[in-house]
Design a protein around this ligand. Structure first.
Ligand code: PMP
Length: 362
């Protein structure tokens, strides 16, 4: 005879309490009431006619946001990583060549995902804060002849916004699919999927879109679909196999809206420089407007600064990631968070932290 030996946990007997915070790190961002309310709608059956209508509206929204006519446009259940794997697992077969542009952690991660499914990995590497010219990209395409080229539009680990013009055309010249990660940039920096010749584009929900994490919009061009539907082998993931996804399930993204954060970013960058802080990305045009990387202030422990700001100002900013750890502070002002009032709040918090945190004399 079995009996309940694990009692109901005490912690679940009290009401859930989540604090209000200013979410000014590289994501997640704050979710405004309109979107929270959308998430509180009743659950109905996934085959009910209203759901098909909602899904179709969402598809139109993603097509608008991505600026694409692609019919293979949907939102997968999961975070940005899920969309990355969905893109790579469906378009690449074991033994095929993949090229990734590594100027931060996301290119490294895409390479690792492709490696795990048995692809041959080739990389072009730029130092943190750097990016690639079209000439460098063409040289690598012609040398490695990859089936897929990965590039992060917004490299959130280093704060670089990568130029995109002309790269799609180069990829197509070498019969290669152009895969772009816009998790940190979509909605905060201009991007035009069809015009820029992007074959696969994805983003996440919890950054500029100001929605909870867990839905990842993704779109595939006709060329990408041709590659996917003419595979010799099945993708390693059942859950992310697009041939199944397309016929039987499309998940939802609650909302989409378009914010262009450029003017706000310029205001923020000028404010930082006025305070004597330095921006990590030297070239102005390569600065990601949604995630700003600030050179870690000399003589301070970056962790003490972020901890102080969280404790004293109830505000999240973060340190570096991957190659930028210890080198930068990262501030994300995304979607509804992208306002001059919030810039002033962050600048005041930084000023206060520099005054109160320990500074070494050396
Ligand atoms: N790509 C980029 C550029 C990102 O900034 C992130 C999230 N920091 C991801 C991919 C992964 O997204 P997620 O955390 O939603 O899985």
């Amino acid at each position: 005879m079995s009996s309940v030996s694990v009692p109901p946990p005490k912690c679940l007997q009290k009401p859930l309490s989540v604090p209000h915070r200013h979410m000014f790190g590289p994501g997640p961002s704050n979710v405004p009431p309109r979107i929270l309310e959308a998430g509180a709608n009743p659950v109905i059956g996934h085959m009910h006619p209203e759901i098909f209508e909602i899904m179709s509206d969402i598809k139109s929204g993603v097509q608008y946001m991505f600026q694409t006519q692609n019919s293979m446009t949907l939102a997968v259940s999961g975070t940005g990583h899920t969309a990355m794997e969905c893109a790579i697992f469906n378009t690449v077969e074991p033994g095929e060549n993949v090229l990734t542009a590594v100027n931060g952690i996301w290119g490294e991660r895409a390479a690792e995902m492709a490696e795990r499914i048995g692809a041959r990995i080739n990389t072009i590497v730029a130092p943190p804060g750097g990016f690639f010219t079209n000439v460098e990209i063409e040289q690598a395409l012609s040398k490695y002849r990859p089936v897929l080229f990965f590039l992060a539009h917004g490299e959130s680990s280093t704060g670089v916004l990568h130029p995109l013009d002309g790269i799609g055309q180069l990829c197509h010249k070498y019969n290669c699919l152009f895969l772009v990660d816009s998790v940190a940039s979509m909605g905060g920096a201009p991007l035009y999927m069809d015009q820029q010749g992007i074959d696969i584009l994805y983003t996440g929900s919890q950054k500029v879109l100001n929605a909870p994490p867990g839905t990842a919009p993704i779109s595939f061009s006709e060329r990408a679909c041709q590659k996917i539907f003419n595979r010799r082998t099945k993708p390693v993931s059942f859950f992310l196999d697009l041939s199944c996804l397309v016929s039987c399930r499309q998940e939802l993204i609650i909302t989409s809206h378009h914010y262009i954060s450029n003017s706000v970013a310029e205001y923020f960058h000028a404010g930082l420089e006025n305070m004597g802080l330095k921006l990590f990305v030297k070239e102005k045009k390569a600065r990601l407007p949604t995630v700003t990387t600030i050179v870690a202030p000399h003589g301070y422990d970056w962790k003490e600064i972020t901890t102080y700001i969280m404790k004293t100002h109830n505000l999240e900013i973060s340190g570096g990631l991957g190659p930028s750890v210890g080198m930068v502070l990262r501030v994300g002002l995304m979607g509804c968070n992208s306002s001059k009032a919030n810039v002033d709040m962050v600048l005041a918090a930084l000023k206060d932290a520099l005054k109160h945190c320990h500074k070494s004399k050396v």
